[in-house]
Ligand binder design. Structure first.
Ligand SMILES: N[C@@H](CCC(=O)N[C@@H](CS)C(=O)NCC(=O)O)C(=O)O
Length: 330
């Protein structure tokens, strides 16, 4: 559009100059005056066209900005604007009929009251669809009308958490949540190797029992101590990374800790949490929180948050009883 206007302006001014030049070459006075009049008219016309075009461009930009601003978004100050059932896209979560690495996503979606189809498949079903899956594995999240398939449990969880407001739109908070979530990946990778050594090509060269002893005596206590240390020092509700609300990091750790505590983690002693009282308490807190719906799932459409502004400065705060402020998830 801009190019077109510049081109028109060029043609018009060349035309005007040509007329002006022609006028100069003509010695007759009458002709000169006429040419000048014509030049003025052409220039005035060009000016009008130019102004109209500029106005159209400005209106177009303004309309585009308004459109972008009014479009529903999962970023911005999102915690006040939950994605409601009617606005979230159609979601199908495909995984085996077990908690495994999909349960955290199921929990996050349930917590945010986000509707999804919990598609639980058998091994036979899996074999039949394997070649259609992005990396030949589950879980897979199908978004919309079968067009987008997302693999990798943590990528799926992060997407689900954006919908359910258990992630953050603040880059620093998001990085802190990611940090705790990646720590979970690091922790569980070794457990997975021990449980399924064949899948990691460790047939014949791997002493499963010896490795398990290493996990029980060194690996698991090391990571539980990291959690215990982070949870130490805060009162009441306590979320990883000092967040003021439960995040995806809490949801994903909860799933693994719960399996350990219930003795469903293949071959591991359920009493492993006994020496980590804060982690044990934290597990109960996350379980309790997950059994409620997110407060944001019921937030008003007016976008009011339910955090407090006790000092009336216009900012919402969450304070511990000792007055320490926790990080606000935005
Ligand atoms: N890194 C992947 C791992 C996916 C994965 O290994 N999925 C397993 C189930 S937990 C699977 O599809 N196994 C079937 C097979 O490989 O035949 C993730 O986090 O999603």
């Amino acid at each position: 559009m801009t190019k077109f206007i510049i081109m028109c302006r060029g043609i018009l001014s060349t035309f005007a100059s040509a007329i002006a030049l022609g006028g100069n070459q003509n010695a007759a006075r009458g002709m000169e005056t006429q040419a000048r009049l014509q030049t003025n008219m052409v220039l005035r016309f060009a000016h009008l066209v130019w102004n109209a075009a500029l106005r159209a461009i400005i209106d177009m930009c303004r309309a585009m900005i308004l459109h972008i601003r009014s479009a529903p978004s999962t970023s911005g100050p999102p915690r006040a604007h939950p994605v409601r059932r009617e606005t979230a896209p159609k979601l199908i979560l495909t995984y085996f009929d077990a908690p495994g690495i999909a349960q955290a996503t199921r929990n996050a979606l349930d917590y945010g009251d986000i509707e999804f189809q919990d598609h639980r498949i058998t091994r036979e079903d899996f074999d039949a669809i394997k070649s259609d899956l992005p990396y030949g594995k589950v879980p897979v999240l199908t978004i919309g009308n079968d067009e987008i398939k997302i693999a990798q449990s943590k990528a799926i969880l992060r997407y689900a958490s954006k919908l359910s407001r258990t992630y953050s739109s603040d880059p620093v908070d998001a990085a802190i949540i990611d940090q705790w979530t990646e720590l979970h990946t690091e922790f569980t990778s070794l457990l997975a190797i021990n449980m399924y050594p064949d899948e990691y090509g460790l047939v014949g060269v791997y002493d499963k029992e010896e490795h398990r002893q290493y996990l029980v005596k060194t690996h698991i206590p090391r990571y539980l101590a990291i959690l215990e240390n982070d949870l130490d020092g805060a009162d009441d509700e306590n979320w990883l990374g000092g967040m003021d609300a439960m995040s995806m990091a809490d949801i994903v750790w909860h799933q693994t800790l719960e399996s350990m505590n219930q003795g469903t983690l293949d071959g591991f002693d359920p009493n492993m949490l006994a020496s980590f009282p804060l982690v044990r308490k934290y597990l109960d807190e996350v379980s309790a929180q997950l059994s409620c719906k997110s407060v944001y799932a019921d937030a008003d459409d007016d976008g009011d948050t339910q955090t407090s502004d006790a000092d009336g400065d216009g900012d919402s705060h969450t304070s511990d009883t000792d007055g320490t402020e926790t990080r606000k998830m935005k």
